[in-house]
Design a protein. Structure first.
Length: 163
């Protein structure tokens, strides 16, 4: 179900991200922090897809499609983060999207699969810490999923030492 995307997947990935971002940030909310620019996301995700082909220890991007070929989930994590108070490197999760049209249990299962892939990738590439955050307004369920997997919460950021 999960696979490494190619350039052919980028348009669907950008579309899904844009749809989910707009659900979380309706124009009439009056509290828009970030202005959505699909071209910027397209640029960054395309670079990450190319990076993982040539430098598999730099970025990890995966997508899942259903039997009909519809994009149902995408995840992206990259290395290179460091806290200001430590030399420990962190992998930073950039994206964890699932289609809202899926049943809640399926979305939870997909996110749990994402977390397993993040942890395995970090162990494989000797990245000791994962940092996962969210821009969602309702964060309780997402952060509780992290806690159940052994992440420590600091505000709306979850950290886990994997090695």
């Amino acid at each position: 179900m999960w696979y490494a995307p190619t350039g052919a997947d980028v348009a669907d990935m950008v579309s899904q991200a844009q749809y989910l971002f707009e659900l979380e940030n309706p124009d009439d909310a009056g509290d828009i922090i970030f202005r959505l620019d699909p071209m910027v996301y397209s640029h960054h995700i395309t670079r990450a897809i190319v990076n993982q082909f040539y430098q598999p220890d730099l970025d990890f991007v995966r997508v899942a499609r259903d039997e009909s070929g519809q994009l149902i989930a995408q995840t992206w994590i990259g290395r290179g983060g460091t806290p200001l108070w430590s030399r420990d490197e962190m992998a930073i999760t950039h994206m964890a999207h699932t289609a809202y049209s899926l049943p809640l249990r399926t979305r939870v299962r997909l996110i749990e699969q994402m977390m397993t892939m993040w942890e395995d990738w970090c162990v494989e590439h000797s990245i000791p810490i994962i940092s996962s955050s969210t821009m969602r307004q309702q964060t309780d369920g997402f952060l509780k999923m992290h806690q159940r997997r052994g992440y420590s919460l600091r505000g709306n950021v979850a950290y886990k030492r994997v090695s």
